[in-house]
Design a binder for this molecule. Structure first.
Ligand SMILES: [Zn+2]
Length: 247
């Protein structure tokens, strides 16, 4: 169970108490907002990029173990990523509304949803993410796509479906980083988000599940997170976060 976070004066579960520090800060000129391109990317700040919940060697974790079928490995990992990204989004979903996020944008890129007939739909970020989560949930629980019973085979379209799911999940992660990182830091969940992002990105790279062009919008972040200097900083300062404690 997620409980109240032990943070002074705020609790994401109790909106009445939710007084977040950034509400008190005034940024930019009083008469206008800075253009998005000029705004500082909070998620690139060293005080946040150094934080992880573990310093485990993810490269080893993502490698296909001997004796395990590739499709089984993809199915198991992608289902887990879906659950974790869904959970991470749920922590900030009350701040992602049709008013705050009128389009599904991430780092100056706008995503559109295509319905079953291929019609392009312009939708808000929460609508888009709801489409993503519902369609992925439907796929991972479909016995014809993700078979769990002995003797059943994966469909020939399995790899392309896995790639499609990874693309959608990346869009959600990119939206959280670019539009809701302030909320993530206020909830002290940036260590979890960074750890999830590193694990996910190494996994999709290992099995070439995403076109590098797709993930290029967060190349600046991945470069910092994967840099040796940053890794050393984690070890040197012991800033790896522990799991959020229940109260
Ligand atoms: Zn949003």
């Amino acid at each position: 169970m997620w409980g109240c976070f032990p943070q002074e004066g705020s609790c994401w579960r109790c909106p009445k108490l939710a007084v977040f520090p950034w509400h008190m800060k005034s940024k930019g000129k009083p008469n206008g907002k800075k253009p998005a391109s000029e705004e500082k990317k909070l998620y690139l700040e060293p005080e946040y990029t150094r934080v992880r919940v573990t310093d485990v060697e993810f490269k080893q974790l993502v490698t296909l173990p001997q004796e395990i079928d590739l499709n089984e490995w993809l199915a198991s990992n992608v289902t887990t990523f879906f659950n974790h990204i869904n959970l991470q989004y749920s922590t900030i979903s009350e701040f992602c509304t049709g008013e705050t996020c009128q389009t599904m944008a991430a780092c100056n890129t706008q995503y559109y949803w295509y319905d079953e007939r291929g019609k392009k739909l312009k939708c808000t970020a929460p609508q888009y993410i709801d489409f993503v989560m519902s369609s992925v949930q439907k796929l991972v629980t479909d016995e014809d796509v993700f078979p769990t019973k002995y003797g059943r085979e994966f469909p020939s379209s399995f790899e392309s479906l896995i790639k499609k799911i990874c693309r959608y999940l990346f869009h959600v992660l990119a939206h959280i980083y670019s539009a809701h990182f302030k909320e993530i830091t206020a909830l002290e969940l940036h260590g979890h988000l960074n750890t999830l992002f590193i694990h996910f990105l190494l996994f999709v790279r290992e099995f070439s599940l995403l076109d590098p062009k797709e993930t290029s919008i967060l190349d600046d972040l991945s470069e910092v997170l994967f840099s040796e200097e940053n890794r050393e900083a984690v070890g040197a300062t012991g800033e790896a976060q522990n799991h959020v404690k229940e109260r």
